[in-house]
Write a protein that binds this ligand. Sequence first.
Ligand SMILES: *Cc1c(COP(=O)(O)O)cnc(C)c1O
Ligand code: SF4
Length: 337
Amino acid sequence: MQVIPLNQAVDEQDWQALLAGAVRSSQQLLRLLQLEHSPLAQQLGGDADFPVLVPMPFVALMQSGNPQDPLLRQVLALHDEGRQMPGYVTDPLAEKEANVRPGVVHKYHGRVLLIAAGGCAVNCRYCFRRHFPYADNRVGRKQWQQALDYVAGERSITEVILSGGDPLLLDDSALAQLCQQIADIDHVRRLRIHTRVPVVIPQRLTAALQEMLAGSRLQTTLVLHINHPNEISSELVQGLHALRRQGITLLNQSVLLAGVNDDAQVLCELSEALFAAGLLPYYLHQLDRVQGAHHFCVPHERMAALYRQMKVQLPGYLLPRLVCEEPGQPHKTVLQV
Ligand SMILES: *Cc1c(COP(=O)(O)O)cnc(C)c1O
Ligand code: SF4
């Protein structure tokens, strides 16, 4: 296997090479972490439609020899995924209904979500998008135009959210073009980018990307997806600080995951580490009941107890809102616990 040094100068080719060199099998991942003889090796499974995918910078943050590593647990495909469980479905958010055009999900007032890219740089095993029909939402130039026409025709839309898949898999020039086309729509004021790429490949935060986001007329927010403090590398912090200096708002959302971050101390440390990196905790999501992810579910009582402890320990601005998504609701549901 080709191992790419992580300390190269940051440019576009580096992140693309790191993506191309990502680990693509559970066995390989276990070998890299010297876990090939651990009991975990007997629990591997997976799903050909949602293969293992983990870039090396993320692997480098895992602890060698630790089968409980919270980063490993998020990306290792286990046999448990194949079990059918009552209540766990392929489209838990009923997003197909809000999929108003190819590549456009319009569920909430004032903001619209564009599926800017079909894939991700990492396949998180708990992901609610693992069964999403990306093939029907492949966004070529023609679909781009249709999506932009939809936004232009809906004057209530003031915020465009680029999501996916992961929009930061687009290269800088494609992204710049898309952002420009969005900025050309008068009634859009804000651009939001939901991404996990910089977490698994911090080299993605190129100088060109920073300049492009800073130069836009739109008020821009980057929402990262980090679940555990160990995911925050010094390279990531460096890139985020540069974005903050350019006036980009930085938020984070997490998912509450059994075996990963279902511990009050870990969640509090996460909030602190996020803030130190320049990110405000935005949402803590309850796991969506997607088929194949039941082993990440934290029972309601335990979730409530964890959140109450966070309330006691954290200043208000470091307490993420605990939310879930209920199909048909016009907003995310804030859980009162
Ligand atoms: C979560 C989500 C949003 C954004 O919701 P906020 O509460 O504004 O963060 C927008 N569209 C869709 C389809 C979503 O799932
Ligand atoms: S990066 Fe986000 S969308 Fe992609 S697999 Fe992970 S959780 Fe899902």
